[in-house]
Design a protein around this ligand. Structure first.
Ligand code: PMP
Length: 396
């Protein structure tokens, strides 16, 4: 008896919601996802900020193939000298303003967890500070940084001594004091609906950290690897975090994450206790090779202006009375609608007509605009046309 794949998916693959998208994808290339019977969709969200260089970029595929022919896993992280890790770490040190030591992990939430441990270990302090409507991961430590009780209450008790501040509230920054180990923040708050920080607020967070000795942790998991135009979003602001988190777009479609810090700071994870943070698969050689190829594609002189041109096109093209606002920076953008129902209707209409988009965890009235950075002007025009048709159909 033939059981449809979708039925097996619903029966045996753990679900994260009662209503998964459930599209059956057979192949992906560039900005396109291909399904059965000639169906195809533009991936306008890059698999949620992952496929920054598109799907199956030939340069990434060649790097993966090259590494597959040499070795895959050899030994738990940090014991052997593995050239894909060393090359990638050296390249990351070059793009991150003097943060010259990388700890490789497998995902975004692991980067957050490692950084929280590093901050507590290095400062000897316990208090952690984050901002409301921020998402830094789903495991116990990173979940503790989330303030929304709907998502956190069923899993309590979480880790103690975490304070959540309203982003933009200057007076609230007084909570950052001499007992604070770290402040975790995003320059463009992804799940709040792609909302950039004001320059003065970003500066104020950094100043407060400097005057109290709290470490500044920039979560670049969604905003990094070129997504906002600069390699990391904090580079728009002229600030310098102590620790940078990355994942998602980093691997060009392969799983990898990292946290980056100065060598002296990072050193505190390898003594007192020795093996203060360990991982088996962190920095998998094939993922590192893919990440190096991705970094090479993003770190070109043309990429910042390409992203800026795409952003300008989107802002100009998506003018419609139904779209109340376009927020964000570079290609981490959102379109806001009058309410959640309208946004959901537009999203559904887009997907039915060949454009994959989505909402945000803390902004269901917004639609996600984060295509691969490598999208061509013609492809972007086509995507905007499908979106505008949906807005026209749903907003009248
Ligand atoms: N931080 C941010 C800003 C994110 O957007 C995400 C994922 N949406 C994470 C952390 C967690 O990453 P992961 O899903 O790889 O654990």
């Amino acid at each position: 008896m033939h059981i449809p794949l979708r039925q097996l998916f619903l029966a045996h693959v753990a679900q994260t919601s009662p209503a998964p998208l459930g599209l059956e994808i057979e192949r992906a290339e560039g900005i396109w996802l291909y399904g059965k019977e000639g169906k195809r969709w533009i991936d306008f969200i890059s698999g949620i900020s992952v496929s920054n260089v598109g799907h199956r970029h030939p340069h990434v595929l060649a790097a993966i193939q090259h590494q597959l022919d040499r070795y895959m896993h050899l030994m738990v992280y940090g014991e052997y000298v593995q050239s894909p890790q060393v090359k990638l770490a050296s390249a990351l040190a070059e793009v991150s303003d003097g943060l010259d030591c990388v700890y490789f992990v497998n995902s975004g939430t692991e980067a957050t967890e490692g950084a929280l441990k590093l901050a507590r270990r290095a400062t000897g302090r316990t208090k952690l500070i984050s901002f409301r409507n921020a998402y830094h991961g789903s495991t116990m430590g990173s979940l503790s940084l989330m303030s929304e009780p709907m998502f956190t209450d069923p899993f309590k008790p979480l880790i103690p001594d975490v304070i959540h501040l309203d982003s933009g509230d200057i007076n609230a920054l007084e909570a950052i004091d001499e007992s604070t180990a770290a402040v975790v923040f995003e320059c463009v708050r992804g799940e709040a609906g792609a909302i950039p920080l004001d320059q003065s607020y970003a500066q104020a967070i950094m100043d407060r950290c400097r005057s109290t000795g709290a470490l500044l942790i920039a979560d670049e998991i969604q905003s990094g690897f070129g997504r906002t135009g600069t390699f990391f979003a904090y580079q728009h602001y002229g600030i310098r975090p102590d620790i940078v988190l990355m994942a998602k777009g980093m691997g060009g479609g392969m799983p990898i994450g990292a946290f980056l810090a100065g060598r002296d700071l990072m050193h505190s994870l390898s003594n007192n206790p020795v093996l203060g943070h360990i991982t088996t698969f962190g920095g998998h050689p094939v993922s590192c090779a893919a990440a190096m190829a991705t970094l090479e594609l993003i770190r070109t002189p043309e990429m910042p202006s390409q992203v800026a041109n795409h952003e300008a096109f989107i802002r100009k093209r998506l003018q419609h009375p139904g779209i109340l606002e376009i927020s964000g920076r570079g290609l981490l953008l959102s379109a806001r609608f009058r309410d959640e129902h309208t946004a959901q209707a537009v999203i559904r209409h887009c997907i039915e007509n060949g454009l994959i988009t989505d909402w945000f965890l803390f902004a269901p009235d917004r639609l996600r605009i984060s295509p691969p950075l490598t999208i061509s002007p013609q492809e972007l025009e086509l995507a905007c046309d499908i979106l505008l048709n949906a807005v026209e159909a749903c907003c009248g």
